[in-house]
Ligand binder design. Structure first.
Ligand code: AMP
Ligand code: GLY
Length: 419
């Protein structure tokens, strides 16, 4: 099969690596990709948000399946456009991707299908939003309705803080993404990310993970796309998995099908394990980044066969095997990230996927200079993943892998998977 893979992060490097391992895979084209992913296929230079360009590339290349890594092209309808051309897409339609693209849509969907979630309401009027916020005991959370690159959520301790966020967001802080906002009850408990495959009807559990969103150790500093992750989550048990499948994942598959928006692709449910059971914080319509870099190395089954089965609707009779090992990934980011940072500094030790200590070095924001040397070219630059019989072993090995990389302009958290 000829696979077109969309995206340029560590997630896509990990996807290219896992897909290329399949006997079903003949060729992978990755666009725009990165120097790490280039080892597994041919790079093209169409951006991940250029829907027309991507459809035309898929047609010229006669791709059998287009695997869509990031959320933006999904929300913008790339799957619909490909399906209209008779090309299989791995990733939900624009209608189904609203689960991520509009937080209000996700909340209303959960309300309609009795999927457990915090109390919430949506507003375009600041006065009404503040009045609702003041009825919520124990703080609240203010969210932009639309995609805001992971920055559109403020967790507030006081009604004053909430009022400030409400004014900022409705005042246009995230443009049209925050023209409408949600105010939610602030729930508490450990966060738990659940990943499943949905084929439009059936759902198959994939794995759990936990990511570390803040930039610095001890969960300090600004929110990022994720500074590291571990899979499985320390909270995963058979009973919890079953509860999440029964109360959250399968109801999403059933509800989307019943509403005429069958969901095909990966569902990433961001949950909080409250004392009333797991509740939905948010849905994402794709793999996480860096969660893919810990889930895929644990996968022992053929990823491409799972992708093909998902697009064809045969998950009911499909099974997947994962290693019992833990995987830990540590993200190396450019100093200054998630704010402004320099590009172009030299990185030594990331030339091959496998490091000397046996870690997997996934590229994200890298490029090569005219001498073929790897240089930094983004905020999150590398993800160093290790597998180990225990979380502690995986963690120790991942940090050994990080220590082997020489890059003066980078930083990383020292406490990934330490809690
Ligand atoms: P999101 O972008 O929706 O994942 O939100 C970012 C972070 O905000 C989550 O990882 C949670 O830590 C926190 N958060 C979001 N919604 C809530 C909520 N209703 N209660 C408590 N924390 C929340
Ligand atoms: N690491 C969080 C995300 O991919 O949304």
């Amino acid at each position: 099969m000829k696979i077109l893979l969309i995206g340029s992060g560590g997630r896509e490097h990990a996807l290219a690596w896992a897909i290329s391992d399949s006997p079903l895979c003949d060729t992978i084209i990755i666009t725009p990709g990165n120097p790490g992913a280039a080892a597994f296929g041919k790079l093209a230079n169409i951006a991940a948000d250029d829907i027309d360009g991507l459809v035309s590339l898929a047609k010229t290349e006669a791709a059998d399946i287009v695997v869509i890594g990031p959320e933006v092209p999904l929300v913008d309808g790339l799957s619909d456009r490909l399906e209209a051309e008779g090309i299989s897409a791995f990733g939900p339609t624009a209608a189904a991707a609203q689960l991520e693209g509009s937080k209000r849509f996700g909340r209303e969907f959960c309300s309609r299908h009795n999927i457990p979630q915090p109390q919430w309401n949506y507003f375009t009027d600041a006065r009404a939003a503040k009045a609702f916020a003041s009825t919520l005991v124990g703080g609240c959370v203010v969210k932009a309705d639309g995609l805001a690159a992971g920055k559109g959520v403020t967790v507030c301790d006081t009604t004053e803080e909430a009022a400030l966020s409400i004014d900022e967001m409705l005042g246009g802080r995230f443009g049209s993404a925050s023209a409408q906002i949600l105010v939610e009850e602030r729930i508490s408990g450990p966060e738990f990310s659940a990943f499943a495959l949905l084929d439009g009807k059936d759902a198959l559990w994939l794995a759990s993970a936990q990511d570390h969103k803040r930039a610095f150790d001890n969960d300090e500093g600004p929110n990022t796309g994720g500074m590291g992750a571990v899979s499985p989550s320390r909270f995963e048990t058979d009973a919890l998995r079953q509860q999440i499948m029964e109360k959250i994942i399968q109801p999403v598959a059933d509800g989307m099908a019943d509403e005429g928006m069958p969901y095909r692709g990966i569902l990433y449910a961001g949950l909080m394990l409250t004392d009333k059971g797991p509740q939905v914080i948010e849905f994402n319509c794709r793999f996480g980044d860096p969660e893919a870099q810990v889930i895929l190395p644990r996968l022992q089954s053929d990823l491409l066969s799972a992708i093909y089965t998902t697009t064809e609707g045969g998950l009911q009779n499909f099974a997947m095997r994962f290693s019992q090992d833990s995987a830990v990934t540590v993200v190396m980011a450019a100093k200054g990230y998630p704010g402004s940072y320099d590009k172009g500094s030299t990185i030594i030790g990331a030339e091959t996927l496998e490091s000397a200590s046996g870690c997997l070095v996934f590229h994200a924001g890298t490029a090569t200079d005219e001498d073929g040397q790897i240089i930094a070219n983004g905020g999150r630059v590398l993800c160093v993943t290790a597998l180990g019989a225990s979380r502690e072993q995986a963690r120790a090995m991942a940090y050994q892998g990080v220590a082997e990389i020489k890059w003066d302009d980078g930083f990383y958290r020292g406490d990934i998977a330490a809690d």
